[in-house]
Design a protein around this ligand. Structure first.
Ligand code: LMR
Length: 409
């Protein structure tokens, strides 16, 4: 049966992380007195968008740890509904929109990717939409998830690498003239991979455009709420602005980064409908897609998130954790910029502190990135995207030195 199965291509992000892991395993297997076993040769991953502490370790948010401790022995392992945990769904919707809407269909999903998948499959099967426009560049998995759902993909102009700015006029022009019946994936904040977000004035212009072109559906992919400005409301202001315009927004929402629940797969998909009756029908189809794929979502992480979102004291504690994470990332951006400037590394690097969220689009080229991996055992994506979370006070000088070498050798 399997003779004709060909090897899948390595994932554009997890594939690089695998390369890093192999380098780390090789490093750890070296005899202690081997020249390549020196501490300054330890492989560094600036690959995956996952928060790390100043010591380079994964972080269980203290608020999450406390809720977990309280849950022990009090919960059972019964199935959730096909649409997921009711308390979680209501709380997640409120966090996204600032209030609950009777005409928003909300289904709990396997985090942001699961929300994108259910959303794209829903459009492919139940609407006349067959095409998705993604920002150029975007998170690599957007293409895969959309195409796997049977949609075709294209891009709209977004980032000018030469000037490290958003090509807003070109983006507008593309969206004014693109085919009707198209899903347009937008990043409300902490754009992945560039870290460059639109201003509120620009979002207002886009809301006007979508109001004038109702056949386009704005699909917000919100994976980093709270990570860009540190403010949960400000980071989804674009979603709320579009909703205020009466647009049928769709939102994929992830709690992987902002609650550090990566492996628990906690997220939601929201579809703003025009009536409660429409909402009921849409939700029934979303739940049917879930049933056909994984039956019903995992409950553990949703219960944690639901408790944090619903309890005012926990919610405040969570905001403190978000502040810890965003402050550290901002600090590392400044530390890297300062180190590059001290070294007079050719080029301008100011964009590193202008960009927001988990990533910096450094401007390093694919050959320079390959050089850093080969000669310095420092790994980032070939696009030059760096996960700022991988920087620590202990490694930032080494990263800056490697960047200098990559740029000047
Ligand atoms: C990333 O972009 O690194 C993260 O969103 C992790 C992932 O799933 O790719």
């Amino acid at each position: 049966h399997f003779e004709k199965v060909v090897q899948a291509k390595p994932d554009s992000i997890f594939g690089v992380q695998e390369t890093y892991k192999r380098a780390l395993a090789t490093y750890k297997a070296l005899p202690k007195d081997h020249p390549d076993a020196a501490p300054e040769k330890l492989p560094i991953s600036l690959v995956i968008g996952a928060y790390r502490t100043a010591e380079g370790q994964p972080w269980v948010l203290p608020v999450v740890a406390e809720v977990e401790r309280e849950m022990v022995g009090k919960e059972n392992h019964e199935y959730l509904e096909m649409a997921g945990h009711v308390g979680f769904r209501n709380a997640a919707q409120k966090l996204m929109f600032g209030r609950n809407f009777p005409e928003v269909a909300t289904i709990q999903t396997l985090s942001g990717t699961g929300a994108l998948s259910i959303g794209f499959n829903f459009f492919a099967r139940h609407t006349n939409i067959r095409h998705v426009l993604l920002s150029d560049p975007t998170w690599g998995n957007h293409f895969t998830v959309a195409q796997t759902a049977g949609l075709t993909t294209g891009t709209y102009p977004y980032y000018n690498s030469q000037h490290n700015s958003v090509k807003f006029e070109e983006m507008l022009q593309c969206l004014r003239t693109c085919d009707p019946n198209t899903l347009v994936v937008l990043h409300p904040s902490a754009h992945n991979p560039t870290g460059m977000d639109l201003t509120m004035e620009q979002w207002a212009q886009l809301a006007e455009l979508f109001t004038a072109r109702r056949t386009l559906v704005p699909f917000f992919d919100s994976a980093y709420q709270g990570y860009a400005s540190g403010d949960l409301d400000a980071d989804v202001a674009a979603v709320r602005l579009f909703t205020d315009h009466g647009l049928q927004v769709v939102v994929s929402q992830s709690f992987s980064k902002n609650m550090g629940l990566y492996g628990e797969r906690v997220g939601a998909l929201h579809v703003k409908c025009d009536s409660v009756d429409e909402k009921d029908r849409v939700l029934s189809q979303l739940a049917a897609l879930a049933r056909a794929t994984y039956s019903n979502p995992p409950s553990y992480g949703a219960r944690i998130a639901s408790t944090i979102l619903s309890d005012p004291a926990r919610f405040e504690q969570w905001k403190g954790c978000l502040d810890t994470m965003t402050s550290r990332l901002k600090g590392m951006r400044h530390a890297l910029l300062a180190a590059l400037e001290r070294r007079h590394v050719p080029g301008s690097w100011n964009h590193i502190t202008v960009q927001q969220g988990m990533f910096s689009y450094t401007g390093l080229t694919a050959p320079q990135v390959a050089y850093m991996a080969e000669h310095h055992k420092i790994f980032l994506l070939p696009s030059g995207r760096m996960s700022i979370a991988g920087l620590t006070p202990a490694n930032v000088e080494r990263v800056a030195a490697a960047m200098e070498d990559a740029v000047t050798h």
